[in-house]
Design a protein around this ligand. Structure first.
Ligand code: SAM
Length: 204
């Protein structure tokens, strides 16, 4: 997966590639889909949701530019896979999921994968996680109609937010930095994610 779908495309950050090599994706997919765990595809995980495509997980991690000492917020825990990869790259990871059953399954998956520095919360992640803010980096794995202001406000100065923004059907993955003069968009690439539902997202 790493050689073909990540290094073979445009993922170049060696820390990200090594993290993706270390995290066993098969732990995060349902038993009957394990043979497809290393395909570059999103796969169903129940409750109408999906585990993100490995390329998108790598792309988001690379855009966050983590050094290893950051506090990170992961919005849309899903299976917990992205959170596990972030835990390999940052110091402390908080992950938030709105569907309690998925959050519970993700906790089990993370335990099985040995990702002990991730705390999974249940709630509306489009509002961020004020009690644990500020964050040096925020990864959002669901699409918002516009920049979720609550998330931006919970970034440290110089902190990065990676979030798909656009319509329910297709979006652009925006890389946003918090600067004293305001939000700066570093990059924006086409993508397709499930909707972020809640106060800072689409109507549920
Ligand atoms: N990154 C995850 C992984 O690696 O398995 C997959 C994320 S999945 C594409 C998007 C997730 O965002 C879904 O589990 C969905 O329930 C969740 N979600 C949608 N709106 C949310 C919100 N407001 N707060 C928290 N989670 C939300």
């Amino acid at each position: 997966m790493v050689a073909k779908h990540l290094r073979g495309r445009d993922i170049t950050d060696e820390r990200v590639l090594a993290a993706m090599e270390r995290v066993p994706r098969e732990v995060f997919v349902p038993d009957d889909l394990r043979r497809r765990a290393y395909a570059d595809a999103a796969l169903p995980i129940g409750s109408g949701q999906t585990i993100s495509q490995p390329y998108m997980v790598a792309r988001i991690c690379e855009e966050l530019g983590l050094d290893g000492d950051e506090r990170v917020l992961d919005v849309g825990t899903g299976s917990g896979y992205q959170a596990a990869v972030l835990a390999e790259l940052g110091a402390e990871v908080h992950s938030i999921e709105r569907i309690p059953e998925l959050a519970e399954q993700a906790r089990r998956n993370l335990l099985a994968a040995g990702a002990h520095t991730v705390t999974v919360h249940v709630g509306d992640g489009s509002r961020g996680l004020p009690e644990h803010a500020p964050f040096d980096a925020i990864a959002v794995a669901a699409a918002a109609p516009e920049l979720p202001q609550g998330l931006y406000d919970q970034l440290t100065q110089g902190g990065r937010l990676v979030v798909p923004i656009g319509a329910r059907s297709d979006q652009r993955l925006e890389v946003i930095v918090r600067r004293t003069e305001g939000a700066a968009v570093l990059r924006s690439v086409p993508c397709r994610f499930v909707p972020l539902l809640g106060e800072g997202g689409f109507e549920a």
